[in-house]
Design a protein around this ligand. Structure first.
Ligand code: CAA
Length: 285
């Protein structure tokens, strides 16, 4: 595998995670292409990046020039082929459906340069299975970022079964270049972060179901008693109840009963209570 330096990063998906990843790459000096399937999604992504950069400028953590040059380094496109053609690193941040990931990685593998590293931001799906859709599984890695991407320090690097050491080293160097602290975790359902984070969220929802305490008091228990920056129910509202349910379904299938999704969560998702993005979850926004 080529050891070419990473200069051009392509991010697939302009949603919450995708646009956050595009932003930190541009701020770090990479030439970035952000791809989504619709112009409206790209516009929303750029608006999110602009808003976040403005926050950094207003706090004097970024200069107006740095903001402008970061924005000028981000190009957008709806074409996957155009997006990956010159990429040194492709980071996929599309919806968490395995069939969609496999189809996307097949297409990326066909059009990205042979030296390019291919990464998935999946929070629980099998990186090994995703890598299997390509002809270069040794160069496929999990790069799991956290929301809000510009603020959270961790980058969980997930090593699939056929991933090689050179890829892990390139991934670690990339993590440092975008100001993140990496951990390297072997590919196992839920990795290190989601497996622990989800079990806490799952149990908190069961406690609401059982009437143990109010959502506010359960959150306060972890915020003041354990110094978590936000309680597990507020965090579920931030991440999205539908997103957390999908991860639970997957971990339930892979790891067993401790991840069985609470009925209350299923009902809330059916009712459209998805958290902050829908205006209501365990709290009202
Ligand atoms: N861009 C720029 N700045 C941002 C920002 C963004 N997107 N989001 C927050 N900030 C800034 C705020 O402006 C604020 O800056 P100052 O301290 O300088 O004023 C700072 O970050 C803190 O924000 P707030 O004051 O609004 O609120 P807070 O202190 O509660 O922090 C938080 C917000 C950073 C989200 C914090 O509550 C937190 O760390 N929560 C936990 C988040 C978490 O666990 N994320 C992981 C989710 S799981 C995941 O992402 C992976 C998955 O697989 C689904």
């Amino acid at each position: 595998m080529s050891e070419e330096a990473i200069e051009r990063v392509t991010v697939l998906g302009a949603g919450t995670m995708g646009h956050g990843i595009a932003q930190i790459c541009a701020v770090a000096g990479y030439e970035v292409v952000m791809r989504d399937v619709a112009q409206a999604a790209l516009d929303k992504g750029i608006a999110g990046i602009t808003k976040s950069l403005d926050k950094f400028v207003s706090k004097e953590r970024l200069s107006a020039d740095q903001r402008a040059s970061a924005l000028s380094r981000i190009k957008t496109t709806e074409s996957l082929e155009d997006a990956v053609r010159d990429a040194d690193l492709v980071v996929e941040a599309i919806p968490e459906r395995m069939s969609l990931k496999l189809e996307t990685f097949r297409a990326v593998d066909a059009h990205a340069p042979a030296h390019a590293l291919l990464a998935t931001n999946t929070s629980s799906l099998s990186v090994t299975e995703i890598a299997g859709a390509t002809g270069r599984p040794a160069q496929v890695v999990g790069l799991h970022f956290f929301n809000p991407v510009p603020i959270m320090k961790l980058l969980e690097i997930v090593r699939g079964l056929r991933c090689d050491d050179a890829t892990i080293e390139r991934a670690k160097a990339f993590a440092s270049s975008v100001g993140k602290e990496p951990i390297v975790v072997n590919d196992w359902p839920g990795f290190a972060t989601s497996r622990l984070g989800i079990i806490l969220g799952c149990e908190a929802i069961r406690m609401v179901e059982q009437g143990v305490a109010s959502p506010a008091d359960i959150d306060k228990a972890m915020e003041l008693g354990y110094r978590h920056p936000m309680g597990p129910l507020k965090l579920t509202d931030l991440v999205g109840l539908d997103v957390r349910l999908a991860i639970m379904e997957h971990l339930y299938a892979e790891l067993g009963d401790q991840f069985r999704p609470p009925t209350l969560l299923r009902q809330m998702v059916r009712a459209g209570k998805l958290g902050r993005k829908s205006g209501e979850g365990f709290y009202t926004y």
